[in-house]
Unconditional design. Structure first.
Length: 103
């Protein structure tokens, strides 16, 4: 299974094209921009409670047959938060101090 490469930040809804170095993902591929991860989420995924890592960039060049961003295009399905901002803030406060490996 390849990453879907979701098109937007779930928090601020900015565009995150597949080559955007600001994209961050959790292990379930919940997707946010680096700014929201640092300033609003404190490295706590609002959905699963896990930490984030930079999303790898899918190569534009087809170095191997069938594998490129053109051949395996990104998702166009925008995803939005299903929790209130107040709920997310409390969730981050509860979890942020726990290192991701111990959550
Ligand atoms: Zn954002
Ligand atoms: Zn998550």
């Amino acid at each position: 299974m390849a990453l879907a490469l979701r098109p937007n930040c779930e928090y601020c809804d900015c565009d995150l094209p597949p080559d955007d170095q600001r994209a961050r993902i959790c292990s379930y591929e919940c997707t946010f921009c680096a700014d929201c991860v640092e300033r609003h989420l404190r490295n706590v995924c609002p959905n699963c409670g896990g930490g984030f890592t930079p999303r790898p960039i899918r190569p534009r060049t087809e170095w191997r047959p069938g594998l490129s961003v053109a051949k395996r295009p990104p998702s166009d399905k925008r995803v939005h938060l299903s929790y209130s901002l107040q709920d997310i803030q409390a969730h981050s406060e509860r979890i942020a101090a726990i290192p991701p490996a111990q959550r």
